[in-house]
Design a protein around this ligand. Structure first.
Ligand code: A2P
Length: 269
């Protein structure tokens, strides 16, 4: 059977899941795409959380954790995904079309939430690749600007083309009727590219530790007094960013014990 046509697959919707309809699909590169889908009326989440999603293409579908990229006030749900050639889910998910069905488990969760951070002045969002997804949610949430004077969204990618989602996102956020006026002058988008020519051809960790971010944005060196950090990317990236925060004297936070920084893996691989 072809799994290409996910909407007509003759499998029942798994118990305890929502079945939602794809409303928009946009491909950025051969490896990256975003999609939007309907949001169940009863589904609540905090900006920055993730959910388990899958396709109704098997008796027991494969579910994977996806950060919700849309803010909690949005009437739809947005996701940003990598395409893995033999990935059990993304191999099929990358072929979805408007009108197809996506299944989603009912409970969102995650640590990249404002509640897990102590009060501060500046919020750094450190991301690589699709790790920008939870921050796509948070930079569109007015609460982020109620809690922080400045929001520094750092995004590191291999190529310039991989920055496109973040660039569109920030542009739309600044023009958004609900959050645009909060974000203007306070949301800084700081991009780095590692494998192509770019004004900042370096890893985001290097940009931070070398003092380049401080010099470019006119902010003090990272420290526990005023700065808070959220981190999302690959395991290696999380490791290095965590070490960087700890070296700056920061403590890791969680939902039950808020701290100076929080960490979450960009899940799908
Ligand atoms: P690099 O090209 O030097 O490996 P990936 O697609 O492998 O997740 O990488 C996405 C981006 O994250 C790339 O720019 C990559 O840089 C960078 N990166 C990989 N590992 C780390 C790390 N440990 N700390 C910071 N950035 C990293």
């Amino acid at each position: 059977m072809s799994l290409d046509s996910v909407s007509t697959a003759p499998f029942p919707i798994p118990a305890n899941t929502f079945a939602e309809t794809v409303t928009e699909v946009q491909h950025y590169t051969d490896e990256l795409f975003r999609f939007r889908m309907t949001r169940p009326a009863s589904f609540r989440f905090r900006s920055g959380e993730f959910v388990m999603i899958g396709l109704p293409n098997a008796e027991r579908p494969v579910f994977r954790a996806y950060s919700i990229a849309s803010p909690s006030w949005d009437e739809e749900l947005e996701f940003y995904s990598i395409k893995v050639p033999d990935g059990p889910l993304t191999e099929h998910l990358q072929k979805i079309k408007i009108g197809d069905t996506i299944v989603m488990r009912k409970k969102p969760t995650g640590t990249l939430v404002l509640d897990a951070l102590l009060p501060g002045k500046r919020l750094y969002m450190l991301s690589t690749g699709t790790g920008i997804a939870p921050f796509a949610s948070l930079i569109r949430d007015p609460e982020t600007y109620e809690k922080f004077e400045q929001v520094i969204l750092m995004h590191g990618c291999r190529t310039v083309a991989e920055l496109a989602y973040g660039e569109d996102l920030v542009k739309q956020t600044l023009e958004d009727p609900l959050v645009g006026e909060f974000a203007q002058g306070r949301l800084h988008h700081y991009t780095c590219v590692t494998r192509e020519a770019h004004p900042r051809q370096m890893r985001i960790t290097k940009a931070l530790t070398s003092g380049k971010v401080s010099a470019d944005l006119g902010v003090p060196t990272l420290g526990p007094a005023d700065d808070r950090v959220m981190i999302c990317g690959s395991m290696a990236m999380l490791h290095d960013c965590r070490a960087l925060c700890e070296a700056a004297g920061m403590n890791e936070g969680s939902n039950s014990a808020p701290g100076d920084f929080v960490v979450e893996r960009a899940f799908v691989d």
